[in-house]
Design a protein around this ligand. Structure first.
Ligand code: UD1
Length: 360
């Protein structure tokens, strides 16, 4: 059986690695890895392949950046001939990025079976490009691998047949479990004893100058009580420069490799972020997480984990930070099936699939 994995953007490299590893053990499966090239900088892509032990992609579509329509269309245009020629039995896509939805559209039209890893998450906010990507991908997928029960419920509400939905847990946590010891082996020299780790890249936060200015002002205020370490996404760094904003005393770094970021996160006093995956990692690591968004597609990190949504409310961010500094941060537990074995559960399902394409 020929299984293809299509990835393209940073958050999905840690999701594909456990599935690649688990399927490597299954004799009936041959695997092909395709990188769309959505993320192409060394520190957004190559270093993740090295640290996660992902083999070099069999094909790189090298699409690069562009508007949503252009990037999505470019991926579709370059992927279609590859799939037509190589005829996969099953294509697996991950998360909610443009590479995910573009692949889903191509597979649906070619009648190639599609599995979506991290299905069913919903922010119920259609102004987020990722929400559109999630909705479309899940409608088109034949197999939907969910991380938690809320995902199953969302899918059933949208009319997805129950037999297509398999709750497998959180695959990204597999990579964290595997690599946390290596991450923590790194020295903490040069790190402050206590610090806030910050990441920001959501269009709603960084593409609007007044909003980004407000967030930077809040972070400068945080920085008076707690050193702020801020590995900045290229998009965010560019916006700070374009808008002529100042990051002042904040320690702004380039995007960090996986292990370096994991070590910083595990040792942080608090994480302040608008990322989806970091809300989950912080929950697993029991690190308090203040999310600079009005909503989350990962509500279990709020109901069970350490996550608190502070939205656009600077006063709430301040109040929650004071709780953390006073030792009264929200305590959380790790959700069920976030146990480091999700890749194996996905592999178990994959090998039970009929080894035929939907179309002849
Ligand atoms: C994408 C995903 C988002 C994910 C994020 C993680 C979509 C719709 N969004 O957002 O869900 O959380 O990745 O990083 O797919 N850039 C570089 N170098 C790179 C990649 C990007 O400089 O290697 C810059 C380019 O200026 C580009 C901008 O970042 O225009 C945005 O990149 P893009 O992949 O379009 O979206 P992200 O904001 O990274």
């Amino acid at each position: 059986m020929n299984v293809f994995h299509i990835v393209g953007a940073r958050p999905n490299f840690m999701k594909v690695a456990p599935v690649l590893n688990a399927l490597k053990e299954r004799k009936s499966v041959a695997q092909t890895l395709i990188h769309t090239g959505q993320h192409y900088d060394v520190n957004m892509s190559d270093v993740f392949f090295q640290q996660l032990g992902i083999p070099a992609p069999d094909v790189n579509l090298a699409v690069g950046s562009g508007s949503h329509a252009k990037q999505t269309a470019e991926i579709m245009t370059r992927l279609e001939p590859v799939l037509l020629e190589r005829k996969p039995d099953l294509v697996l896509v991950y998360g909610d990025v443009n590479s995910t939805v573009a692949t889903a559209l191509v597979c649906a039209k070619l009648e190639i079976r599609l599995g979506h890893v991290e299905a069913g998450l919903r922010s119920f906010d259609r102004s987020m490009p990722e929400e559109i990507n999630r909705l479309v991908t899940d409608q088109l997928a034949d197999l939907l691998f969910t991380p938690s029960a809320d995902g199953d419920e969302n899918l059933r509400r949208e009319g997805i047949a129950a037999e297509k939905i398999v709750r497998v847990g959180n695959v990204m946590i597999d990579s964290l479990v595997r690599l946390l010891p290596a991450a923590l082996a790194a020295s903490r020299d040069g790190l402050p004893a206590r610090y806030a780790l910050v990441t920001l890249h959501r269009p709603a936060n960084v593409d609007d100058s007044a909003r980004l200015r407000g967030i930077l002002e809040s972070l400068l205020e945080v920085n008076r009580d707690l050193a702020v370490i801020f590995p900045a996404h290229p998009r965010t760094r560019k916006r700070i420069a374009d808008f002529g904003l100042q990051a002042g005393q904040l320690r702004v770094l380039d995007p960090l490799p996986y292990l370096d970021f994991l070590a910083l996160q595990a040792r942080a006093t608090v994480v302040i972020t608008d990322s989806g995956g970091i809300q989950e990692e912080a929950t697993y690591l029991h690190v308090p997480c203040l999310t600079v968004r009005e909503n989350t597609e990962r509500p279990i990190t709020v109901t069970m984990g350490t996550n608190v949504l502070v939205g656009r409310d600077a006063a709430k961010l301040r109040a929650e930070l004071q709780k953390v500094l006073a030792g009264q941060a929200k305590k959380g537990t790790v959700p069920p099936l976030w146990d480091g074995h999700t890749g194996e559960r996905i592999a178990d399902v994959v090998v039970r699939q009929p080894p035929v394409r939907k179309a002849v």
